[in-house]
Structure formats: structure tokens, C-alpha cells
Design a protein around this ligand. Sequence first.
Ligand code: GDP
Ligand code: MN
Length: 336
Amino acid sequence: SLGLGVRERFFQNEYLDPQLDPSLREIGNVRAAIVVLTRNSDLTEILRTMKQFEGRWNRRYNYPYVFLNDGEFSQRFKDKTSAATRAKTFYGTIPQEMWSYPSWINQTKAAEVRAQMAKDQIIYGDSESYRHMCRFYSGFFFHHPLLKKYDYYWRVEPGVKYNCDINYDPFAFMQKYKIKYGFTLSLMEYRSTIATLWDTVRDFIDEYPNLINPNNFTRWISDDDLDNYNLCHFWSNFEIGDLNFWRSEAYTKFFDYLDKSGGFFYERWGDAPVHSIAAALFLEKSDVHFFNDIAYRHEPFEHCPPEPRYRGNCQCNVSENFDMHWYSCTRKWFEI
Ligand code: GDP
Ligand code: MN
């Protein structure tokens, strides 16, 4: 296991800083992939994102891309995206059982919920595909056959922006320092999408107390000793993570428990609060890394590093940096 000394050498202001470890700039060979869930209709946006992502980072590291889709990728999509990188590209259809209703879901009830959420104007409240997407990212992507051979993943979405150069291998960083989960943006969830999520989590904790990490960081997600969820979560459209964490027994039991309760369909549980609550229960804070040095934008929010040492060839405006906004949970991350 990792000697504390190894980590300590690369701390700056109590922050584990990948920029201080020159070995991470070498061309890495981590078993890792860039994971992109998209539709054919996202082609223009994913090409725009890939162009920047390659230029800012991957053209030096050439990690493979795994494109996933609930439908078939078109030849045009495959041709254009494979031409946008020197790295290998893989294209997978999602197996039916990872993108459909489990047997215990009452689909009439689910449709009624969608109709009501449409009336209440809850974002994506009326969308069936959005729910399958959230459930897929919560419970299945790490079991997709194309991801079997990898240990780490970087989630990328069509349209996101990487506005500063990244001059090291974040996968090598994750592996060397045994980091399980990395984020750039955090914020608060819409309560109306997860009305019973927290009650379900508390039932899970009562049922499986031994799975909870004694050094957990639930102080980040609850301000009153687990009575209530404070809605804080990592924004999961950016994730650099350890696939084996999601494949672990604790997380498997957790996802199955949530899935059985039906909240992915009877409410509109997002993969972001699900991942974040799991991280807070099963990991410790030092297993999670804030990638302060990675500039990242997913509309309408942006992480733009204010620290001069991170502003390598940046095209982002520090005044747009979301970290200390009242709606961000990153201030609280530093407080705990
Ligand atoms: P938002 O970020 O919460 O607004 O959700 P997005 O619309 O960006 O969806 C999240 C990710 O899932 C993106 O990578 C989308 O391309 C992808 N996605 C969403 N819905 C579908 C779908 O029905 N099929 C496929 N193949 N991808 C989807
Ligand atoms: Mn998105």
C-alpha cells in the first residue's frame, strides 16, 4: 500500500498537487479509457470537444476512446470521430438489460410520474431516455464489455470544453496515488428529482452498516449528522474515476438497493447524486481528488483555475470560476 510519505511530498497548501510530480508527465500506460456516451446526432458537438481535448491533452497520451450508445453508431459517426484522434476508438451498443425497465418497475406508474413532472416543469422530468441514461451511468457503464479491460475512465460529454493545457497524465496520477474519484465542479441537486433518495440511503445504511467507511466524508453531504441530505454532489459530466470502485461489493449492493426501490423511474434520480453519496459513504476524503488544475466547462458552469501556476495557455476567465459561488459545494469541500 501507499506510504504516506509518497503522497506528502507532493502536497501544496494541503492539496495533493499532480503538477509537483514530474513523473506524471511521462507517457503513461495505465489501463484507462475515455468514455463517451452519445447519440449520432451529437456528432458535431463531440468533434468540437475532441478537437480541444486532443489538443489540450490526449494527443500526447493517446488514451483510447470508448463510445457508447443505446442505438447503433452510424458509419459516418465512426469515421469522423476516429479521424479526430490518433488514439484507438471503440464503438459499443449498450446491451438491452442496461437500458430498459427492470421487471419490478410498474411502467404505468412511471409514465404517470413523467406526466406530472412535465406539468411541474422539472428539468428532464418528462424524459424516459434521460432516466435510462442516469441509471446506466449509475449502475452499468463499468460493466460494459468494452470497458472490461480498463481500470480507470475519464467521462467526456459532447459539447464540454477544456480551456487550459493539461501537461501530465491524470490516469497515472490516479493510479500512483490510489485516488478513486476525481472532480472539477460540484453543486446542489434539485430536491424535486430525488424526493426519497435520502430515505432510501438511510435504510441502506441501517441494513448494511458494515459497508460504510468508518473514515467516510458524509460531512460533505449532510449538515446534520445524516438526518438530511444537503444536496451537494460532484457534477458527474466530468469524472475521472477508478472503475473498480464502481465494481466493488459495497457499490454493487448500494446500486442494487437503490434500483430495487424504483427511484430511477418513479422519481428522476441522477447519476451524480448517486455516485457522490456512494463516494461519501464508502471512501474517505483523501480517496477523492479535486482537479483544481483542470479547466473544465459544461454549460452553464465552469471550473477555471485562478492559481497562476495552473494557468498554462489558458483560455478561460477567472471571473467565471464557479468554485466559490453560493450554489457550488466546493467551498464546503475545502471546509471539511
Ligand atoms: P445533462 O448534462 O444532464 O443535461 O444531460 P446530457 O443531455 O448532457 O446527457 C448526459 C450524457 O448522456 C451525454 O454524454 C449525452 O450525450 C448522453 N445521453 C443522454 N441521453 C442519451 C440517449 O438517450 N442516448 C445516448 N446514446 N446518449 C445519451
Ligand atoms: Mn451534459
